[in-house]
Design a protein around this ligand. Structure first.
Ligand code: GTP
Ligand code: MG
Length: 247
């Protein structure tokens, strides 16, 4: 659990905001002057399918889920420009960070945002109809410019999903970290190995610092036991911005 003073939240500036040159606007709305919050981490991310599916796991199976995955991956707004497919991921820190950012973001649906909270960030978003192969409307996609964690618990899960410990300055980390003394862990094709496999990615080596909960999860997974999160939720950030073929 985070202390209120050092509370953190995850913000994603989504591809529709980037395409419409709203990055500066969003950053200015969330600036310390308006929000009372500080940057604790910030990076440009090519969103792999693995990362997108972990981030939106709660929506798996819903009619809008496939388009939500394509949207966050930038494949809707930049279908022919892989070099533009990215989001900006930011950790904000400060008193009541989660609630303050949610208030500035506004309601999920941009139509509701315009009705209920004119001027909020998402009031500048749009809603797009989704159609099946015959052109029949089967749902809608909400292009709402930013993501913001909904609760402190969700923020913890999402920050650990998107950021490695080394991407947040040591005195700004809100969750326990641990230095690994002895084990190696490698990842390849949905499997975890304790010894190097050709083509695998090393996710943990002796001396590395990692989120404590991730080290615990890897230990349980390597013993074939039930872990509090999936293997993909731990390793996705270690594959971030690798070549797309490896994701
Ligand atoms: P995020 O900050 O993006 O997580 O939005 P949220 O917390 O306000 O909403 P939620 O986590 O429930 O949903 C994540 C995303 O899925 C939203 O930003 C929407 O793009 C989409 N979404 C959620 N609920 C619906 C829905 O009922 N219909 C449609 N079409 N899209 C939805
Ligand atoms: Mg949400």
């Amino acid at each position: 659990m985070q202390s209120k003073e050092l509370e953190q939240t995850l913000v994603l500036i989504k591809p529709d905001a980037l395409k419409n040159s709203l990055t500066g606007y969003v950053l200015s709305q969330l600036s310390e002057f308006h929000s009372g919050l500080r940057f604790a981490g910030l990076k440009v991310v090519y969103v792999s399918r693995m990362l997108a599916e972990e981030h939106y796991a709660e929506h798996r199976g819903k009619v809008f889920y496939p388009s939500l995955i394509e949207y966050i991956r930038g494949r809707i707004h930049y279908p022919d420009a892989p070099h533009k497919q990215r989001v900006i991921a930011i950790v904000y820190q400060g008193p009541d960070a989660v609630k303050r950012v949610r208030d500035l973001a506004g309601p999920t649906n941009p139509h509701d945002a315009r009705q209920e909270k004119p001027g909020c960030i998402r009031s500048l978003g749009t809603v797009v109809p989704l159609t099946d192969a015959e052109g029949k409307i089967i749902g809608e996609r909400m292009d709402n410019l930013i993501h913001a964690s909904a609760t402190p618990e969700e923020a913890e899960h999402e920050i650990k999903l998107w950021f490695r410990t080394s991407e947040i300055p040591p005195f700004m980390r809100a969750f326990p970290v641990q230095q690994n003394e002895e084990v190696h862990f490698y990842y390849k094709d949905d499997k975890l190995y304790t010894q190097h496999e050709p083509g695998s990615t090393c996710v943990l080596a002796p001396g590395d610092v990692m989120w404590e909960s991730d080290i615990t999860a890897l230990g349980l997974i390597s013993e074939g036991k039930q872990a509090p999160c999936t293997l993909q939720a731990v390793v996705a950030k270690y594959l971030t911005n690798e070549t797309p073929e490896r994701q």
